[in-house]
Each structure stands twice: as C-alpha cells, then as structure tokens.
Write a protein that binds this ligand. Structure first.
Ligand SMILES: Cc1cc2nc3c(=O)[nH]c(=O)nc-3n(C[C@H](O)[C@H](O)[C@H](O)COP(=O)(O)OP(=O)(O)OC[C@H]3O[C@@H](n4cnc5c(N)ncnc54)[C@H](O)[C@@H]3O)c2cc1C
Length: 297
C-alpha cells in the first residue's frame, strides 16, 4: 500500500458513561461506551444495546411490564457487558501494539500457532461478533435452564431451518417484541400434540399478548392441521436445530425478544412459563386509576 489519498487518526481510547440510564435518558452505542477499535467490538456492542433496550421500551409503552424493573435490567445487563468488553479490548490492544522484541516474537509465534487451531477458528468469529456474550443465570430476566440446552442469559444457538427451497436461520423466528416459546420434539405424537393443544387453548392470551408459540419437529406433515391456528409448526428435516441443541430430542426454550434465552427445560413445563412472567411482572393486565382490572393493548 502506498500513496494514500486520505489519512485519518483513530486514537485508542476507552470511555464509558457512569451509567447508560439516567432519568428519561438512555444511552446506546458509542454514546454510552467507546472501546479501542483493535477489539473490533464497538459496533456489535452498540447494536446489542439497542436490541436490548428497544423491546423493553416497547413493553413499557404497552404497559406489559414494570418500567423500573425493565430499565434496571437494561442498565445491569449492558453495564456488565460494556465493562467486560472494555477489559478484553484493552488487553487485546496492549497485546497488538506492544513493541518490545520479546513480545513481538511471542506475538508472531502465538498468532501463527493459535490461528490454526480449531478452537480459535470456531470461537473467534462468534466472540468478536458478540455472540458469546451472556447476561448470566442470575440476571433478573434469566430463569432456570437444563444442561445441554441453551442457558438462560445466553444467546440461542444458530441453526438452519428449511424454507421452501432455501434455508433460514433459527434466529429469524424471533419476533423482536414478542417472547417466543420454542417447543422442540424430534417426532411428534398424539400425546405431545394433545399437551400443546391443552396448554395453548387454555393459555391466557390476553394476559400474555407478547408470547408466540413455535414448534419444531423433524416430521410435521401429519400434524400440520392439528396445531392450533396461531402457532407455527416448523419442519426441521435436516435436524439442524436438534444438532444445535446437543441432540436433545425434546425441549422447551423460552426466548426473549432480543434472542437471548430466558429459560430452558428438557420437559415441557408450561407452568414455568407463566411463573417466569409473573415473577418478573411481565403482564398484559393493568389496573386503571380506579382499580379496575383490564387488559393492555
Ligand atoms: C478505526 C475504527 C475501526 C473500528 N472497527 C470496528 C470493528 O471492526 N467492529 C466493530 O464492531 N466496531 C468497530 N469500530 C467501532 C464502530 O465503528 C462504532 O462503535 C460504531 O460506528 C458506533 O455506532 P454509533 O451509531 O453508536 O455511533 P456513531 O457511528 O458515532 O453514530 C452517531 C451519529 O450521530 C450523529 N450525531 C452526533 N451528534 C448529533 C446531533 N447533535 N444531531 C444529529 N446527529 C448527531 C453523528 O454524526 C453520527 O452520524 C471501529 C471504530 C473505528 C474508529
């Protein structure tokens, strides 16, 4: 490379506002945090801030949740991630910019050696894209999880689903403002269909207007007409979802509107779903000034 037409300077800095939320002001992206570009995290982190905040604001706007709890959860979740990224990117920056001879020799060798390993090739892109970020099992919006399934607080894994002649990612089923209850079962049978019918027909949709139900199975042709009208039954002939779920043959995953796992279980424990919402005060019912109960839009 030679003869640049335009030169600019990108200093290595780390800055973070004391808090991403104060009063009615919420910060996302570089307005909240600046990381050294050598960590390659700023844009991804900013987009995830926005995703995290957007659905919570929508729930507040629709009266589907307690404003203070949702705003606090935005602050706590993104603050923890911003602190973690700052620590990691400052280490990466130090490592990449070190100039002493021993460090340069070590860096040259380590880059050559580690870049070839399967672990680095597999994990590094996900790490840099922010896909490995987790809010942890103790976050306010994290419920229980079973081993082998996505853990509460983590992003749901990637899988390809058939879509006509093409394919679509599992993540495309996520709604953006709705929670998704994903039921997976490799082979549906009469009992599983009946339990879905019982649950969904008796489910208080007015109370939880923000829940969509999606069922994934390897073989769906015989069951399409039996599935309640307003839920989707998705055929996963290739078994990609089951592979992503460590070959778990049956499972229930509640997914947040931003694609993070809220709870997971190897059994279809439908009561856990309503309990999850009520413990977190996510509820489409509101009381008006006169104490009358009614349902939010
Ligand atoms: C050299 C370099 C390399 C990078 N590489 C990566 C990378 O590989 N991966 C990665 O994830 N991130 C990377 N980043 C970081 C990434 O570019 C930023 O984190 C991201 O662009 C921030 O987006 P933002 O929308 O939050 O802020 P910005 O992109 O700064 O957008 C804010 C916008 O608001 C406008 N604005 C400001 N004030 C006002 C006002 N008063 N009224 C109206 N508009 C206003 C600004 O003009 C700007 O257009 C890199 C950054 C640099 C500098």
């Amino acid at each position: 490379m030679h003869s640049p037409q335009w030169l600019t300077c990108a200093p290595f800095y780390h800055r973070r506002a004391e808090t991403p939320v104060k009063g009615r002001i919420a910060l996302v992206g570089d307005a909240y945090h600046l990381f050294s570009p050598l960590g390659a995290q700023g844009l991804n982190a900013g987009l995830q801030d926005a995703f995290n905040l957007a659905w919570k604001l929508a729930y507040i706007e629709k009266d589907w949740g307690n404003p203070a709890l949702l705003v606090t959860s935005y602050r706590e979740e993104r603050e923890a991630i911003a602190k973690l990224i700052a620590t990691v990117t400052s280490k990466t920056t130090k490592y990449i910019t070190a100039t002493s001879l021993p460090t340069r020799v070590f860096r040259h060798w380590a880059t050559w050696y580690y870049n070839k390993t399967e672990r680095v090739q597999e994990k590094l892109p996900s790490l840099l894209a922010g896909l490995m970020q987790s809010y942890g099992p103790h976050a306010f919006l994290s419920g229980d999880s079973d081993d082998g399934l996505p853990q509460a607080g983590e992003r749901i894994p990637h899988a390809w689903l058939p879509d006509g002649q093409a394919q679509k990612p599992l993540a495309s089923l996520i709604h953006g403002t709705k929670y998704t209850l994903l039921l997976v079962k490799d082979r549906l049978d009469e009992n599983s269909i009946k339990s879905i019918e019982r649950f969904w027909n008796g489910f208080n949709r007015s109370r939880y207007p923000f829940l969509q139900l999606i069922i994934i199975s390897r073989e769906t042709a015989a069951w399409q007409r039996r599935v309640p009208g307003d839920c989707q039954l998705i055929d996963d002939r290739l078994g990609s979802t089951f592979e992503a779920l460590n070959e778990c043959r049956k499972g229930m995953i509640l997914i947040r509107p931003d694609g993070f796992c809220a709870l997971s279980s190897k059994l279809w424990l439908f009561n856990d779903v309503t309990r999850y919402f009520s413990h977190r005060r996510l509820d489409g019912t509101v009381f008006d000034l006169w104490g009358n109960l009614h349902y939010a839009a």
